[in-house]
Design a protein around this ligand. Sequence first.
Ligand code: 4HQ
Length: 232
Amino acid sequence: MSAWTAHVLTLFPEMFPGSLGHSLAGKALEQGLWALETVDIREFAGDKHRTVDDTPFGGGPGMVMRPDVVDEALAVVDGGDAPVIYLTPRGEPLGQQLVQNLAMGSGVVLLCGRYEGIDQRVIDLRTPREVSIGDFVLSGGEPAALALIDACVRLLPSVLGSERSLEEESFADGLLEYPHYTRPAEWRGQAVPEVLLSGHHERIRAWRTEQAEQLTKERRPDLWSRRAGKND
Ligand code: 4HQ
């Protein structure tokens, strides 16, 4: 039985592990609790100049990644039953539910595009799952891949803190996090909410739930209205 593995196809393999080599994810990577395999798409260029892109048919700005090169790169990846995911603003929005599902599987095969994107024909042929990390435009799929992997890895069993993550994590519950406080108990004239110093665990739990609900109603009415059956 092998570790959860992120296969990343990219023109910039040097961007990995990047932030995933640090902190929680980095320690877990060193311990073999998950694995990272990058594939340099440029290795699959057919010419001596190692060309991976070309001008768009029909004109317009920028360059498009060639379908033949991307297809050859996809062909060498053995991700087993791991889903192939193309990071694109056109994709289904990444949410905590999808993250949980991906973390429970054997891993992911992530296709990162650069320039204006990838020739549509290889997308149509390979039919990757298309996933977006948000309604904004990155210069490449790599930061989106890093974000997706980060969100998955922190949920892996035996990665530090993963026990609490599925249980009391408010986002898994469709709520924003309640506010956090630490020492000093008073700072620049601002006291920590008194209930948190009270030692009344039941009152603390109730206060945090109230805060999380209030924040969600105010800031994310979209999340609040989708919280099936739990609303007033
Ligand atoms: N991209 N969520 C790759 C993104 C993006 C996003 C822009 C992906 C450019 C080539 N990916 N193309 N948002 O902005 O996933």
